[in-house]
Design a binder for this molecule. Structure first.
Ligand SMILES: [Zn+2]
Length: 143
């Protein structure tokens, strides 16, 4: 269960199986354990009772040796489905493991908007307004 407050209209929404929206122009929308808004910098997580369960469900270090062997196979595989220049970019990193485990273990996640996490596509710089990380992605494949 999560409780999210829209800072634009001060409405708090407690999650359940239904979809709820604050109704103001920021359109905070809460469905089960996920939420979205026009401007996520204008929402605040008041309560999240799912954190421990989500971390346990992620099981980041579960079968860790198997995960490392899988990453090695992707790096060294002959006749890979990935072009050589892409395959050469593969490294052992926590972001890859996190993304893999999110899919593998069906963990609910919340995407941050571009104010918080700049998607590094065409430009070769990080804007000063970006508050957190940088992700490279295919601009033709929206999140
Ligand atoms: Zn609102």
């Amino acid at each position: 269960m999560i409780v999210i407050r829209c800072k634009e209209c001060n409405t708090e929404i407690k999650s359940d199986a239904q979809t709820h929206s604050c109704g103001c122009p920021n359109m905070l929308t809460v469905t089960e354990d996920t939420f979205s808004a026009v401007d996520l910098s204008k929402v605040i997580i008041v309560k999240n009772s799912n954190k421990k369960e989500d971390i346990n469900k992620l099981d980041f270090f579960g079968d860790f040796d198997k995960t490392m062997k899988l990453m090695t196979m992707l790096r060294e595989e002959k006749d890979s489905m990935y072009p050589k220049n892409i395959q050469d970019l593969f490294r052992y990193d926590n972001e890859t493991i996190f993304s893999y485990k999110v899919k593998l273990n069906e963990v609910t996640i919340q995407w941050l908007n571009e104010d918080w996490h700049y998607f590094f596509t065409n430009q070769k710089f990080i804007p000063d307004t970006t508050k957190s990380g940088v992700t490279s992605r295919n601009p033709d494949n929206p999140r």
